[in-house]
Design a protein around this ligand. Structure first.
Ligand SMILES: Cc1ncc(COP(=O)(O)O)c(C=O)c1O
Length: 389
């Protein structure tokens, strides 16, 4: 049986073949920073010369993620931020990046500074309303569409932190490609279990592998997956190898180990998140529950088309009583861990408006929740007692 006949779950559980040298079922960790050459001065393995270019320990995770996303190639990075920053660094002054107004906060802040100093034009557009998203994308990309000196990138995040706005990837890619733009999608929150952006036309997929891909809150990593061998992709590969934005060997090994349970973890978190979102939707202490799996979410019908195996493990609740009530409830939680990040096996709770500060566009009463793999009844009981206080 070839890999083509196997389901992604089987491929993921058996991500590497037994090591032919030792029979070891799990792959070895390669700590070597350099790789030997033969008597004719040719590398013994043409892929491996020096650690900054490539490390054999990356390959299990890179090949698996590339397969799961249906891409041409995948590259690991030292963090999700580095992966995203490498895309921006591959642009030249005068190029143009279009991003959503609501997206991962640290990246949005960095892009503000980077674009101002690097001379890249940055446009922020509203992508929270599926009825106007197409017009907003068109208006942002059209003016430079015929300028051969301007590479344009449309950066998407779906679901987008922390309102979980859903962008119709097929629609966005069709419009962007009409205007010669490259589409990059931060798919961290979905993971390839739920959405495969390349199937919808996305050119480069990005993940903070720190989240669901690793899944155990013990590795920081990022990954880019390219649909094809493009000029932009070649520049990205070169930048990674030149600046050494790579993982340590042990982190890469931990990542391939975490990946093996990806489907179990994401399906369980998604099932529990839906159960919890439905439970709290009409709760007397809650104004609104933001979760793409609820019919009340503005992106629900698109989510039903482009998400499978559930709607993900991330949801937000807006409590009655403003920031003070939100912080009081968070302070009373006993099962949820008060910490930033998402996508681990343990459930986390966060007051994003406090983290983002006074310039945050978020409602002050918003509580962001990352659902883990615990018994959802314990999570509901914890939220109930915290809200009752
Ligand atoms: C959606 C999203 N993208 C990117 C990042 C950045 O990833 P990292 O923390 O691995 O640099 C994060 C981190 O929280 C994130 O949530």
């Amino acid at each position: 049986m070839t890999n083509k006949n196997l389901s992604p779950e089987t491929i993921t559980a058996q991500a590497s073949k037994p090591d032919p040298a030792t029979g070891a079922v799990m792959p070895p960790v390669h700590f070597s920073t350099t790789f030997a050459r033969d008597e004719n001065y040719q590398p013994l393995n043409p892929k491996h010369v020096y650690i900054r270019d490539q490390n054999p320990t990356f390959e299990t995770a890179e090949q698996l993620i590339q397969t799961l996303e249906g891409g041409y190639d995948a590259l690991l990075f030292s963090s999700g931020m580095t992966a995203a920053m490498t895309v921006a660094h591959a642009l030249k002054p005068g190029d143009h990046i279009v991003v959503p107004e609501i997206m991962y906060w640290a990246l949005r802040n960095w892009l503000d500074k980077f674009c101002a100093t690097w001379g890249v034009h940055l446009s922020k557009i509203d992508l929270a309303n599926p009825a106007t998203n197409a017009a907003n994308i068109k208006a942002a990309l059209e003016p430079q569409a015929k300028n051969p000196d301007c590479t344009q990138i449309l950066w998407l995040e779906t679901p987008a932190n922390p309102m979980w706005d859903i962008v119709d990837l097929t629609e966005a890619c069709t419009i962007a490609h009409q205007f010669n733009a490259i589409v990059c999608a931060d798919s961290t929150v979905s993971s390839p279990v739920i959405t495969r952006p390349i199937e919808h036309g996305v050119d480069i997929v990005m993940h903070s592998a720190t989240k669901y891909l690793n899944g155990h809150s013990d590795v920081i990593a990022g990954v880019l997956i390219s649909k094809e061998d493009s000029g932009l992709w070649k520049r990205i590969c070169k930048i990674r190898s030149e600046n050494g934005a790579i993982l340590g060997a042990f982190e890469a090994w931990l990542l391939q180990r975490g990946l093996r349970t990806l489907f179990l973890r994401v399906k369980r978190a998604s099932e529990s998140a839906l159960f919890i979102a439905e439970h709290f939707e009409n709760h007397p202490q809650i104004d609104r529950v933001l979760y793409p799996g609820l019919a009340s979410h503005p992106g629900h019908s698109i989510a039903c088309q482009q998400m499978q195996n559930g709607f993900g493990g991330m949801l937000s609740i807006c409590v009655k009583g403003g920031a003070e009530a939100a912080l009081r409830a968070i302070g009373r939680m006993q099962v949820f861990v008060r910490a930033t990040s998402l996508g681990g096996v343990e459930s986390l709770v966060e007051h994003r408006p406090s983290i983002e500060g006074p310039t945050s566009p978020l409602p002050p009463e918003l509580i962001r929740i990352s659902i883990g793999i615990e018994d959802p009844k314990d999570l509901i009981a914890d939220l109930e007692q915290a809200l009752a206080g």
